[in-house]
Design a protein around this ligand. Structure first.
Ligand SMILES: Nc1nc2c(ncn2[C@@H]2O[C@H](COP(=O)(O)OP(=O)(O)O)[C@@H](O)[C@H]2O)c(=O)[nH]1
Ligand SMILES: [Mg+2]
Length: 291
């Protein structure tokens, strides 16, 4: 059985770093894993591991921009459409891999996830060739610092899920950067300021399992009723369609990476002949910064 994990998320969310960490981790577990670079604009120096499959071997963004006079975004779309027309190239590249994990590192352009047919088509192609697939959506923990930014991140994850219809896991990355001051450990107040300060474990769980009430503070109603109504509608959407929850990821902790990998294995039902293994979870307080 072959497995493909699509790593999505906005620019800077930690996709490439996660791919490297996952490759290192699987290698120490003696599992074979290959990197598939799907970013035609990737800088070679940014890879810790040489990609086994690389869209840049098929088409180069520089060539596309130079010869067709396209800008970087149009060029990117052109590269992907070119890949879709040349899927036999991909099949050839995939040729010999067996019982392997393929990790696909994507570019960060958000429109790629939310409304282009490109990634759903690639995933459908993998499914047709008998692979098991799943997608990850990475959002970085800085999104938790501002609740409006956070909910826009939740909505982007939601629309990516709806667009790319495969089993899906959301990861809240860079959890090592969330370290509340120790004196606030027992502070349980629900006193969100205009900017949400993360102070307790309970605060964190509201972001891992989105609590729409965070959008509904009286202050937004007082200042701008239209804005308040919009927030109410978004809160209702999230409440009625609780599609998005996040698994926390702190790459400074092996246990955290292992927990994320166990979720991915579970979703992929990794290991054909083995009994499905329930994913492990970490206690939400088990981050390096929260000891
Ligand atoms: N503190 C911290 N920084 C990270 C982590 N993962 C990635 N970064 C940093 O975030 C930046 C963007 O990461 P990158 O993997 O290139 O993101 P991409 O654009 O999604 O591929 C880099 O400077 C990384 O070093 C993490 O778990 N913790
Ligand atoms: Mg990257």
């Amino acid at each position: 059985m072959r497995y493909a994990v699509l790593v999505c998320g906005p620019a800077g969310s930690g996709k490439s770093t996660f791919c490297s960490s996952m490759l290192t981790h699987l290698q120490t577990k003696r599992r074979t894993c290959h990197l598939f670079n799907l970013d035609p604009a990737a800088d070679s120096q940014s890879f810790e591991y040489e990609p086994s499959i690389d869209i840049r071997d098929l088409i180069s963004l520089d060539d596309v921009m130079g010869e067709l006079g396209l800008g970087p975004n149009g060029g990117l779309v052109y590269c992907f459409e070119y890949l879709l027309k040349n899927m036999d190239w991909l099949d050839e590249e995939l040729g010999d891999y067996e019982n392997d994990y393929l990790i696909m590192d994507c570019p960060g352009q958000i429109e790629l996830y939310t409304h282009h047919p490109i990634l759903p088509n690639i995933m459908a192609h993998f499914l047709r060739s008998g692979m098991r697939v799943c997608a990850l959506y990475l959002l970085e923990s800085q999104f938790m610092e501002d609740r409006y930014k956070y909910f826009s991140g939740v909505l982007s994850a939601m629309s990516a899920m709806v667009n790319i219809e495969v089993p899906w896991i959301n990861l809240m990355t860079k959890m090592d950067l969330i370290a509340p001051p120790k004196k606030h450990e027992d502070d349980d107040t629900d006193n969100y300021g205009p900017r949400t300060a993360i102070r307790t474990k309970r605060d964190i769980s509201k972001f891992l399992d989105p609590d729409p009430d965070m959008l509904l503070t009286s202050e937004s109603g007082a200042t701008n009723p239209k804005f308040h109504r919009l927030n109410q509608a978004i809160a209702q959407l999230i409440e009625e369609h609780p599609l998005v929850t996040f698994i926390p990821l702190d790459l400074t902790s092996t246990a955290s990476l292992e927990a994320a990998v166990s979720h991915i294995d579970y979703v992929l039902q990794y290991g054909e002949h083995e009994e499905p293994v329930e994913p492990k979870d970490m206690d939400e307080g088990d981050f390096a910064g929260m000891e």
